[in-house]
Design a protein around this ligand. Structure first.
Ligand SMILES: [Zn+2]
Length: 173
């Protein structure tokens, strides 16, 4: 989700976004902002994890694949699972279950794990919780955790804008 929102979305909360000129810097800032440390792919991975420019460019491609999934494109997700080699596998000692091939490079490992997580959500009948904001001028994606899966907007600012738009539309008619 973070990948899609940082690297692929071209409009958010009613404003258009320039794609980040430096994807690596944008990603690292986003990781820091969300207080998320990318997990090393295995015990041989250096720490802390530094993305390369090439990693960041490939992750932008992954973000584009995943954005389609939030629009309900299950076939695209199946293709991505194959492309990134998603497979259950035990890594390290003590063994930890992950969903990428042993020896997968970092981008494929993250992509495979992310695709698997989305597939699990969809596979247990919760795919409608993977949503894209319905407000005009916003393509942000989110995971709807409301009890009846009724959330339509990424946040309050979009909800308020959409309400205002609907109000103006009613007044015109
Ligand atoms: Zn929004």
């Amino acid at each position: 989700m973070l990948l899609v929102n940082e690297l692929h979305v071209t409009q958010a909360r009613g404003r258009s976004l320039e794609p980040p000129a430096d994807r690596r810097a944008a990603l690292e800032a986003a990781f820091a902002h969300h207080d998320w440390t990318p997990v090393p792919r295995d015990e041989s991975d250096e720490s802390p994890v530094r993305l390369t420019v090439e990693d960041a460019d490939r992750l932008a491609g992954v973000a584009a694949e995943l954005h389609a999934v939030f629009g309900g494109d299950v076939a695209a997700l199946n293709r991505a699972l194959v492309r990134h080699g998603a497979v259950p596998s035990l890594h390290g000692d003590p063994p930890v279950l992950a969903f990428h091939r042993p020896g997968a490079d970092r981008v494929d490992a993250w992509a495979a794990d992310a695709c698997t997580a989305l597939a699990m959500v969809i596979g247990v009948g919760q795919g409608r919780r993977l949503r894209s904001c319905e407000a005009e001028g916003c393509d942000l994606v989110f995971f709807d955790v409301t009890r009846n899966a009724s959330r339509r907007f990424c946040g309050l600012s979009c909800q308020n804008r959409a309400k205002a738009t609907a109000y103006r539309a009613r007044r015109r008619t």
